[in-house]
Ligand binder design. Structure first.
Ligand SMILES: *Cc1c(COP(=O)(O)O)cnc(C)c1O
Length: 372
């Protein structure tokens, strides 16, 4: 429980550890696992999740930004930290100082990183990003070998790995996935033909790690699955995952309202009969998207109670049906379990018209986290 607020996120680090073990069990011995903890561990807390993942078998952590990586270093995490995109050139020295493993796909970044390493009297590992069809970042697959060869003269850089990223790994039988894999294989062959050792080869995100063993290569990069969430419908039957995040709050007000009385801004809800309204101290500034207004449920006293009226910035209201006990101070559950009932993050994401990835990130905006 958090002393300063009556709304909080609970993160079950045991679930994180079990999810990592379940993912490891899908891999051939020797295949590495990168736990992706960008965006503060998809809203779960990068430091704590990172530690739990590393101690249950993850080989390294992946982040998006230099700042995310330096925070993990400041927290005392010494494991390999990989940046999944190119750092800004201005951050080259910091990348070297903090021993981060950068992604590289442009010559300018490569030169800046190499010079920073040389200034520090060292050379640093990097991973070459190959774009095989996501059309986001990376060197084009057919240019990968030539680009890698051109970087060999940079004495501050050593190629540690080569990777790509899939656009639709969760879609079973997707031919674009097959084409990406083929383009990646051709790029790897071209590297080998030019006597460039690609080092650690990796391509798979959670969906590919779970559904496509042929894409595992030397390492997989798992994010959403580490948190116990599925990247899509297709993976549910392939692996058991345990959601690690719960979202809870304590009731701060209970009132009876009469027939026809409205609730919250704009009175978008009006009581059809006298009813009980409970107020919870969290709102859209905590990640409960306003679009969920009148379109989500909350567990109170083990009952799925409808949320009513517009979700406010800091509060939302719930209609408590007759027969359900509610008092100020009672625990309400927006995501997670209560008395044998469960509300899944996935349901909330679907109601909000988004995906579990974004919903989980949203809960990190302001809510305090409690680890167990
Ligand atoms: C975020 C990210 C991942 C993790 O994807 P999940 O679907 O969450 O497993 C893997 N690789 C890259 C390059 C990413 O940006």
């Amino acid at each position: 429980m958090t002393p300063l607020r009556s709304a909080w996120v609970e993160v079950d680090l045991g679930a994180i550890a079990r999810n990592v073990s379940a993912l490891k069990a899908l891999l051939q011995p020797g295949t590495m696992l990168m736990a992706v903890v960008k965006a503060d561990g998809y809203g779960h807390g990068a430091e704590e999740v990172g530690r739990a993942a590393l101690s249950s078998g993850a080989d390294r952590l992946g982040v998006a930004t230099v700042e995310e990586a330096t925070r993990l270093r400041a927290a005392g995490i010494l494991a390999p930290l990989q940046l999944l995109s190119e750092p800004p050139i201005a951050a080259a020295s910091l990348v070297v100082e903090e021993a981060l493993i950068p992604t590289v796909f442009t010559r300018a970044t490569a030169v800046a990183l190499s010079q920073a390493a040389e200034r520090a009297g060292t050379s640093i590992p990097f991973h070459l990003k190959v774009d095989t069809g996501m059309n986001r970042i990376g060197v084009d697959a057919q240019d990968a070998a030539e680009f890698a060869l051109s970087l060999q003269e940079l004495s501050g850089l050593q190629l540690e790995g080569v990777f790509t990223h899939f656009a639709a790994a969760e879609v079973i039988g997707d031919w674009e996935f097959e084409r990406q894999l083929e383009r990646f294989q051709s790029a790897l062959e071209a590297l080998k033909a030019n006597r460039v050792d690609p080092g650690i080869v990796h391509a798979a995100n959670s969906a590919a790690a779970i559904l496509h063993p042929e894409s595992h290569f030397g390492m997989v990069r798992c994010g959403i699955s580490v948190y116990g969430l599925h990247p899509g419908e297709s993976t549910h039957s392939a692996i058991d995952l345990e959601p690690a995040m719960s979202v809870k709050a304590r009731v701060v007000n209970v009132r009876r309202i009469g027939m026809g009385d409205g609730v919250s801004y704009g009175h978008t809800f009006r009581a059809a009969a006298p009813t009980t309204i409970a107020t919870l101290p969290l709102g859209y500034a905590d990640g409960v998207h306003r679009v969920l207004s009148n379109n989500m449920r909350v567990l109170i006293d083990g009952e799925r109670c409808p949320q009513v009226g517009r979700v406010c910035m800091d509060m939302l209201m719930v209609e408590v049906p007759r027969g359900t006990e509610v008092r100020v101070g009672d625990e309400a559950v927006l995501v997670g379990r209560q008395a044998g009932q469960e509300l899944r993050l996935d349901e909330l994401a679907e109601a909000a018209g988004t995906i579990n990835y974004e919903m989980a990130c949203a809960f990190s905006m302001r809510l305090e986290r409690v680890f167990r």
